[in-house]
Design a protein around this ligand. Structure first.
Ligand code: NAD
Length: 352
């Protein structure tokens, strides 16, 4: 008999084309009147769209959100927040902008409304990773979890295909690891399989036509489902490796997930054969790890650590560090096993 413990993380989700036009209503619902609008570089058009929807409720803006939430950036935004006495945070952007909003909410207790423009899924998790002097620390608490998420597919139409592919595979990784998590339960199993099925079908449609609204909507829905899995159950070897490679070698977040996922799956396949069978069925392929590799290849995504700039000389260190403090994982994690996995990933070999 299966045993599990399940804790949900409540958030209000408004989903659809034009959802940004519900922003004023959502801010009123929170009883707030003064918005600090957050975004990142290359997102000026998205801020303009949010400003148009929010009108005079926007009292200040900060457009410098950066990857991995550097504390010095948060402190600059905090100074603006205090000068303007904003009473709520609205963030439009990817995981980097959401991270800034979470960091500000943690320090001020202000409510957050997030409008995601990528598939990272951070908007539904109570987790924040911050960097100070190059060191990343991660914490989890209910105050970090955004209360409201407006998923507007129109805000994702401009995400270039290469970023859509890597961000979509980032979401896929949350769903894959949820299925073999030590905390797996019937709710996240269902969410994960639905996310995998949506991502496997939507990515090729989106690559063929980046303006395909239905494909974009399927991916955004999958990002929400997969992000909910990430929030609810612990992640395994794949996430441990990505955190190690991102933290110690500065590799980019979503592309690293894209390269590592098929290899982490191949490593875990002998210990989780039924999970791999269900993933393969959801993707409509004979073999799950090879199927993910083939999907990424067909979409022109990155398949090797070499092309991400990882030095081959760093592989042994990465294997040792990741094996020293592993996350719970279905298959035992050894430095020797990880060295083989990372060598395959560095060369971009197709899982056998
Ligand atoms: P990102 O937010 O850094 O965005 C990547 C790039 O895409 C940026 O240059 C951004 O300006 C651009 N961009 C975003 N949306 C766009 C759009 N619609 N059109 C055109 N350009 C667009 O990347 P990300 O992968 O979304 O997030 C990565 C960060 O989020 C990392 O710091 C990661 O650690 C964090 N993260 C946290 C969690 C969590 O639960 N805490 C989950 C996932 C990711």
């Amino acid at each position: 008999m299966r045993t599990f413990v399940y804790t949900s993380h409540p958030s209000r989700v408004v989903f659809g084309s034009g959802a940004v036009d519900r922003l004023r209503e959502e801010i009123e619902r929170l009883g707030r009147q003064r918005i600090l609008l957050l975004s990142g570089p290359a997102l000026e058009w998205a801020s303009a769209r949010v400003r148009e929807a929010a009108g005079d409720l926007v009292v200040a803006e900060f457009g410098d959100a950066a990857m991995h939430t550097p504390v010095e950036v948060t402190e600059r935004a905090l100074a603006i927040l205090r000068e303007t006495s904003a009473d709520c945070l609205v963030a439009v952007g990817g995981g980097s902008t959401t991270g800034l909003s979470k960091a500000l909410a943690l320090r001020t207790g202000l409510p957050q409304v997030i409008l995601p423009t990528t598939y990272a899924g951070s908007e539904v998790t109570p987790v924040l990773g911050e960097t100070r002097d190059g060191h990343k620390t991660t914490r989890s608490s209910p105050e970090i979890l955004p209360g409201t998420v407006l998923y507007d597919v129109d805000l994702t139409l401009t995400l270039p295909v290469p970023l859509s592919v890597t961000s979509g595979v980032n979401a896929l990784a949350h769903a894959v690891e949820a299925l073999y998590s030590a905390d797996a339960n019937p709710v996240t199993d269902g969410q994960a399989l639905q996310a995998i099925s949506l991502i496997g079908r939507a990515l090729p449609r989106l690559a063929a036509d980046p303006a395909d609204r239905e494909a974009r909507a399927d991916l955004l829905e999958a990002a929400w489902l997969a992000g909910t899995c990430l929030a609810t159950v612990g992640m395994g070897l794949h996430h441990k490796l990505c955190h190690t490679l991102g933290g110690s070698f500065g590799l980019p977040h979503a592309p690293t997930h894209t390269v590592i996922l098929p290899h982490a799956m191949a490593y875990n396949a002998p210990a989780a054969p039924e999970v791999m069978r269900r993933i393969a069925e959801a993707l409509g392929v004979p073999d799950a790890p090879a199927g993910v590799h083939d999907l990424v290849t067909s979409l022109g995504g990155p398949v090797s650590l070499r092309e991400l700039g990882m030095p081959e000389s760093g592989l042994a260190h990465a294997a040792e560090w990741a094996a020293a403090t592993p996350y719970p994982n279905p298959r035992e994690v050894t430095a020797e096993g990880l060295a083989g996995l990372l060598s395959d990933a560095w060369h971009g070999r197709r899982p056998a």
